[in-house]
Write a protein that binds this ligand. Sequence first.
Ligand code: NAI
Ligand code: 13P
Length: 409
Amino acid sequence: MHAVLWPHSLSRQTRRLVLNSNLLTAPFRSFHSLSAMYTPKDQPSQNSKVLIFGSGNFGSCLASHLGDSQHDVYMWGRDKNIVDHFNNHHRNPMYLRDHQFPTNITAVGPELPDKNFMDKMDVLLFAIPTQFLRKNLLILQPQFNVQNMPLLIFVNKGIEIGTHALTLEIIADTCGPQIAKAATFISGPSFAKEIVERQPTSVSVASFTESEANKASALFHQPHFRCYTGRDPIGIELSGALKNVYAIAAGMSDGLGFQNNTRAMIITRGLAEMTCIGTAYGASPLTFLGLAGVGDLFLTCSSSNSRNYTVGYRLGQGESLDIIMETLGSVAEGVSTTKGVRTIIEELGVTAPIASSVYDVLYNDKDTRVAVRELMELPPSRELELPPTAGGPAQQLLRKLGLRAMDVA
Ligand SMILES: NC(=O)C1=CN([C@@H]2O[C@H](COP(=O)(O)OP(=O)(O)OC[C@H]3O[C@@H](n4cnc5c(N)ncnc54)[C@H](O)[C@@H]3O)[C@@H](O)[C@H]2O)C=CC1
Ligand SMILES: O=C(CO)COP(=O)(O)O
């Protein structure tokens, strides 16, 4: 079986020491006492009731995708005009405007759905930006029926500002460890616009609860859409969040007029940095070689359809970040995530010069050309080196979830 959390550099003895420590075993006892209360619903049927939170590009896109598969889809939006327009015309007036949506999707809102409504759902899917997740989960959590829990899926790709928490931690803080443990994450190279055109697409689906990842995979599967399941949600989340930072760097390079060699360098060195940060955090290095890692990194670093790439491109062309953010019209998670990544890098003691340069350009007014020159003038170094110590943040997170590393191996 593939060990998710232990990098090869940790000796058996160190692993045993960590596993035997009280810190790891004490919460595990309380996890067992709580587990009786938490019961997931059965496998969603061919005809599942799905409620999607978020009616932006990705929420609408996934509503369309699941509507295509004959599920009963409800899409919550916080804007009354979008909700009304959608129900009258089966079109979203703000996002994916050219797309005609299936008629089995009903928009709801702007109030958040009540307990009665949510009790009928088999699946709750969250497609809202990371920075707004905590607030919404805090409101929704009292409405959850833990004895008959729907499948919970999250598709946001970011790190929370201030706490620099992953979504898993936000879920644990707001909804408790049992719900976080069953939460499922979907990530990978998947532009909304191309999914609604039914272009062949594949994503990674991960959860600490394998049966929930399998349910999500079955729910999303279509001839033009494949899911690959895995058991490293921390690595999947970090992949999705980190690739946005390198997409900004790649866009910046293109905006400055550099061409293919430079972009290939950023993608490859970006992957090395992502893997190093992720491994030090406690994720499996292999996860970064998957769809959510190199797949999405490659996609967003090489397409002007990426909002994060676009932010970087416009910075490279000399526009100010304030103007870009005012006019982008959609979320670019990498801009806020860069702050959290900077803190994580410092705390882990990892070297990630490209991510640090993106931070300096975004938040310390560093000139983009100076950033590139300084990166190129760094002393020569070894190409690939995983960090010597690893796993602290992931172990902390596992403790919060009442899990031990060996339970997820
Ligand atoms: N667009 C894409 O192709 C993909 C996007 N994602 C991820 O999905 C997440 C959502 O992205 P998009 O839908 O593309 O963004 P978007 O900018 O198109 O839409 C954002 C949505 O969030 C809602 N929102 C804004 N403030 C809110 C608040 N305070 N509370 C609740 N909802 C709020 C907006 O009303 C809107 O519906 C992001 O984390 C993104 O990285 C993931 C894969 C692909
Ligand atoms: O993550 C995405 C596609 O996989 C979307 O990327 P952007 O948020 O940069 O547009």
